[in-house]
Design a protein. Sequence first.
Length: 344
Amino acid sequence: MNRFAIDARAAVRPELGGVERWARELVTRLPALAPADYEVLAPPPALAHRAGHAWEQAVLPVLARRADALLCPANLAPAAARNAVVVIHDAAPLRHPGWYSGLYAAWQRRLLPVLARRARHVVTVSAFSRAELLELLDLDPDRISVVAGGVDPAFHPGADAERARAVLGLRRPYVLCVASQTARKNVAALVPAARALAPEGVDVVVAGGHRPQFAAEQGLEPLTLLGAVPDEILPGLYAGAAAFALPSHYEGFGLPVLEAMACGTPVVAADATALPETCGGAAVLVPPEGGAFAGALTALLADDDRRARLAAAGRARAAPFTWEATARGVDDVLRRSAGRRPAP
């Protein structure tokens, strides 16, 4: 057994949300950083979802029992493992259980405190999420570290916007949102914006599917719902947007705002939870409730100078957030938790 093992259950899921993105990046970049030190432990694809809980809880800790540390990058870890370093992205299921199915909320409410108590160390993705976890899980502050997510180099202003438009059938200018269709993401806040912008020839399009463990939103008909978008055209979809909007009620980090910024797309985001921290002054921030997004997007699309300033500020803000930096930060936590020296 190598020094460190990685739980790759989330990495083998076909859909790609923020948790899956983290898992895929870390199972690739950590072994590249120190090939002799890492082993990736993945279940068969059929066990990537609910059926995989048994593999994660019963099989994984046996496979990783001799590792100095077992990295679990997707909110869950085997409760029996005493060498786990778990990445808990946010505390939304504890703070707002009504946004989830009853079974999922009950599972998280029961398991997360156990994992946090037994884990060797907890990693989270923002100062906001750290404060939430300290409050809701009663963690020792010395046992939780912040490591931010990153942006792949594929997300840049020159990404192939024409290909994305052609593949997705987008014939008019558009405002983009990348979010699952769930109550937590508050995509319905963009419906007034869609109605206001349609007479101006601008659509509001949403990339992202629905997941059964989350409560779904209703009344999204005025929006152009793309569903899950292939990863290879996602950078072009961002780069071709006139603006990007994320009206979430709750984000532990908000990776899509950085991806949009890296593509040179001006951002309007909710002034809630981790989004102000992640945006770092490079976005328009408005309340997630009411019709604030309609007014902010209408005003932004009418002001080319402001859009250009936000695009430049966004590119500067996104530049330091790389997956290489994320991998090095997680590697450092793993080595410190195991009493090892940092990687060269």
